[in-house]
Design a protein around this ligand. Sequence first.
Ligand code: FES
Ligand SMILES: [Fe+2]
Length: 351
Amino acid sequence: MDATPSYPLNAWYAAAWDVEVKRSLLARTICDRRLVLYRTQDGKPVALADACWHRLVPLSRGHLRGDEVVCAYHGLVFDPNGRCTHMPSQETINPSACVRAYPVAEKHRFVWIWPGDPALADPAKIPDLHWNLDPGWTGDGRLIHAKCDYRLVIDNLMDLTHETFVHGSSIGNAAVAETPFDVTHGERTATVTRWMTDIEPPPFWRAQLGKPGNVDRWQIIRFEAPATVVIDVGVAVAGTGAPQGDRSQGVEGRVLNTITPETGRSCHYFWAFARNYRRNEQALTTQICDGVAGIFREDEAVLEAQQIAIEENPDKVFYNINIDAGSMWARRLIDKMIAAERPRVVASAAE
Ligand code: FES
Ligand SMILES: [Fe+2]
């Protein structure tokens, strides 16, 4: 692990899609911490450090007995709080025998974990991804394991100019790269807004709208520190008032992204696409999901190559141009969270 981590620990991170956490042991590394995830018999998710108290064998190699994990090596048993409840060949259990249990919560189809100070783990701070479950919306998503720093994924999402160049065959067209955008920010959020009015829609959006003619297209990208990006996207028949708030002649979606650092150079990228039109068409859900997965594979190839180049050029820095305004704000907010966690220099004698 680097001396200065690239991520804050006092934050909720998506550890898994809800369906991934089952009545079996799932090993996953989050923020350089190896975890084992499972559900109790009544469905509650659990996250424990994935190293047995006794001889550090990964608990994920063991098995579940009821709500407890049995280590695969010498059979020590740990409960969902990480406390050892059984040791072979002895009556009294060493009271210090425990593994760390992490705060866990389930919300909006993800299992979230808080790797930092448990006293600060307030479930109200879980990022808002309600579109994943809202009855007014439908959609689905996937998980990508990307071999790059999670911040490169955030940079990528905060600047959709790249669509023109990376995704030219589906969602990108010249209008995206040519249209100026606005950036605003708050304490924990940064928002990039781009309206492309009276343009010819790219193939994906032409098909979603199902009408000929030009459109007004929007991309409103909202970053919530440290690692969640919700993109409000859509098109409406040109001139029908979408920029003023009337989207009734359009179709809209939300690209939901939350990116969890695995290590300093790899991440778990959870994404979903939710829409509020043609909600009963499962075939469309699958088709969009496959389409977006293909688009994100194009990003992944660029980002993994970028990660390798960054490591090969340790003496080089990034240069920022206009299109980087959104990602610069995102990184500033992440840096602020990391700085807040740095141990304070011991107060001087004068104080
Ligand atoms: S290493 Fe787990 S019981 Fe010995
Ligand atoms: Fe992309």
